[in-house]
Design a protein around this ligand. Sequence first.
Ligand code: DO4
Ligand code: MG
Length: 287
Amino acid sequence: MKLARVLLPNQEIHVVVVEESAVRVLDFSQVQNVQRLTDILHSPDPAGLANFLIDTNVAPVAIEEVHFLAPVDQQEVWAAGVTYKRSQQARMEESDHAASHYDLVYSADRPELFFKATAQRVVGHQDPVRVRNDSSWSVPEPEFAIFLTPEMHVCGYTIGNDMSARDIEGENPLYLPQAKVYNQCCSLGPCVTLGSTDLDLSSVEIKLGIERNKAQVFSGETKLDQLNRTLDELASWLGKEMDFPNGAVLLTGTGIIPPDEFTLESGDIVTIEISNIGQLINPVEKG
Ligand code: DO4
Ligand code: MG
């Protein structure tokens, strides 16, 4: 089952169940203590609760008529890094100073985990992601993202874009937060696919396409079984020594990085597709 936060044609924001070609609006007035998408995700039976909440008095709304908002409420968004061989190689090449850090973290017990965004800095499907004004080498990072309960259990998946300024990150590893965290630095959505970690990773494909002036300027793909860590392992490292009363979203790292001569430009369209999860499309803005 897929759930989302959407803006309806009447400008109301609602949590919905997403079906093949329409969405079904949920009515939260039927139960106590369920007010947000997160409350459903963290409940013992998210699919059962969502089915129960479908407002049968409201007609299904066609998917083309709704605007998908980022599927986050108050969760912090975190990200794992250097979890694919491709990411380790690219980072070692872009940095003179930190090459051995990237090499070591790829195979170390403790993964790289960094704070990526508050919900306010996350954009949803079709809304613009941003390239920093002070970066001349920026790329999207297409990533499989997991939703975690306060107990650090995986309760759903979505598509994520960990926008990154490679020049700032490569200049000095201490600049990583500035390379990664700024307004509109992260995109998530369009929906949350309910599920836990019993996923056949080898069947999950991640694709990235970048379009400029209606022509494809980059495309790449990988599979989730190239991820060097398990989802549970990443979740449990994130939850060490840190409570997440609102749950968390964790981006699991990128396995697709455009060649070094590529940088995003204003007006580019970034499309990230993950099999069985969907397609996340965002235009790029600079400035
Ligand atoms: O080490 C820097 C960031 C790595 C990252 O974001 C990734 O591998 O996806
Ligand atoms: Mg990343």
